[in-house]
Ligand binder design. Structure first.
Ligand code: SF4
Length: 325
């Protein structure tokens, strides 16, 4: 008989699952799973021995498992390929900075959004990740960092997938991550990235959890943006920027606009000028990301000169910008 996985359950769900055991047992087990990273009931030494044995026959505690690891040359970034229970795999990226350590997680297996510069969408969407699977990605990174004597400071949901197309699981995972009995992570340390699903941005605002919103913009006008990102034909720039502004006003959180620079496509001074214009007056900053060539996509990175000029233009025209290498 297959055993039910307890990893990723909320305290209320654990209480229900473990009934008729008293509620304090659920609290003890939640602490073992989330605070101490214990995956084996036998190691839960504040539970009676016979209860540990009984739990092990009915339940398991299983998160993602490592398939592959790749370290950057400077040792600051590590990519993991993690295997899920059904054989699917997701990519997780750990970033070590002097101002803190962050993890970038995936929200779906594949993606249906069809952005023209992205390899993750080539095979479409395979499936949504569950809240437990997304939490498993974060716990993997957290445990890995703990092994290095470091701690996890922030989470970015910006890997494969469009998180707002997996809304309910995303919100469940965020609320669980924030609970004291789990990692107790402040919402302010969490960033959700979207390609621009306007109604879902409004829904996220209404959840009243002040996570940072990051909007993938990549073009300063509708014509170019629709050519690069099919979502723009459904929700154009005007409604997207209004939703971003509304989110910033409601949460008091500055919205980050991501802008991948594609050589000869969206990287001229004229593009920078238009970008400054459409974001003027917004509580916003911009991350400039030079395109990282992939075999399947026919774009090139910007030249160094174009990157520097673009960056300089934004910063001298009142728009805070950073270059993300
Ligand atoms: S939404 Fe993100 S993962 Fe999906 S196609 Fe666009 S860039 Fe790729």
């Amino acid at each position: 008989m297959s055993r039910k996985n307890l990893f990723g359950l909320t305290l209320a769900e654990l209480e229900e699952e473990l009934a008729p055991l008293p509620k304090f047992r659920a609290k003890q087990i939640a602490a073992h799973i989330y605070k101490h990273g214990i995956k084996n009931f036998d190691a839960m030494n504040d539970l009676p021995k016979n209860l540990r044995a009984e739990l092990a026959t009915r339940f398991e505690i299983k998160a993602a498992e490592l398939l592959k690891r790749l370290d950057s040359r400077d040792g600051l970034t590590t990519k993991f390929l993690l295997g899920l229970a059904d054989g699917a795999a997701v990519e997780v990226v750990l970033m070590r900075h002097d101002y803190g350590n962050g993890v970038c997680i995936s929200s779906q297996v594949g993606c249906q959004m069809g952005c023209k510069f992205c390899a993750s969408t080539l095979r479409g969407l395979e499936r949504n990740l569950t809240a437990a699977e997304m939490l498993g990605e974060i716990f993997f990174a957290e445990e890995f960092l703990r092994g290095e004597g470091k701690k996890l400071d922030s989470v970015v949901v910006m890997g494969t997938g469009e998180p707002l197309m997996n809304f309910d699981a995303l919100i469940k995972m965020l609320r669980l991550l924030h609970e004291d009995y789990c990692l107790g992570m402040s919402f302010r340390k969490i960033t959700i990235s979207t390609c621009g699903i306007v109604p879902a941005i409004k829904k996220l605002r209404d959840e009243k959890i002040p996570v940072t919103l990051s909007i993938s913009l990549h073009a300063p006008d509708d014509k170019l943006r629709s050519a690069l990102m099919p979502i723009n034909s459904a929700f154009g720039l005007k409604s997207l920027l209004a939703a971003g502004d509304d989110y910033a006003q409601a949460t008091g959180r500055r919205v980050t606009y991501e802008y991948i620079l594609l050589g000869g496509v969206n990287d001229t001074e004229e593009h920078a000028r238009r970008l400054t214009k459409i974001l003027s007056g917004q509580l916003a900053n911009v991350n400039l990301i030079p395109f990282n060539p992939v075999d399947e996509r026919n774009f090139s990175p910007p030249t160094n000169g174009a990157l520097k000029k673009f960056f300089h233009f934004l910063n001298t025209h009142g728009l805070g910008a950073k270059i993300l290498a």
